[in-house]
Ligand binder design. Structure first.
Ligand code: SF4
Length: 116
């Protein structure tokens, strides 16, 4: 049995979730989103990854454009550490395409203008 706090909305329901033969049993959720959240947490947890990428003269904030598998986060951080932004970027511009091999992109979370 795991205790979780649903992070899908500000209500923050306290959930109890347990794996069963038929899937995941969830209680404490006010709505179906809480059940889906707990099921994902127990079977394949995912997170939006936020970090910074090196540019010529500063670090630029970046994030994935959707949640990635939690188990991949260390490997993805290694990729981000090895990247360098060489051109101007607007918020949402793709910095690393398909970073997780599942179609998730790493995008700029702030604009960047390279110094001339
Ligand atoms: S279970 Fe529903 S109401 Fe409760 S925190 Fe999650 S999304 Fe919000």
């Amino acid at each position: 049995m795991r205790e979780l706090i649903c992070i899908e909305c500000p209500r923050g329901c306290r959930l109890l979730a347990e794996k069963t033969e038929n899937g995941v049993n969830v209680t404490g959720n006010f709505c179906p989103k809480g059940k889906a959240y707990a099921q994902a947490e127990l079977t394949e947890p995912r997170r939006v990854l936020t970090s910074t990428v090196r540019a010529k003269d500063c670090m630029v904030p970046v994030k994935t454009d959707r949640p990635v598998k939690k188990e991949l986060i260390f490997a993805l951080m290694q990729k981000i550490r090895g990247a360098k932004l060489l051109k101007n970027a607007e918020i949402g511009d793709i910095i690393i395409e398909n970073i997780d091999g599942e179609g998730t992109n790493l995008v700029a979370a702030a604009p960047y203008t390279a110094e001339k």
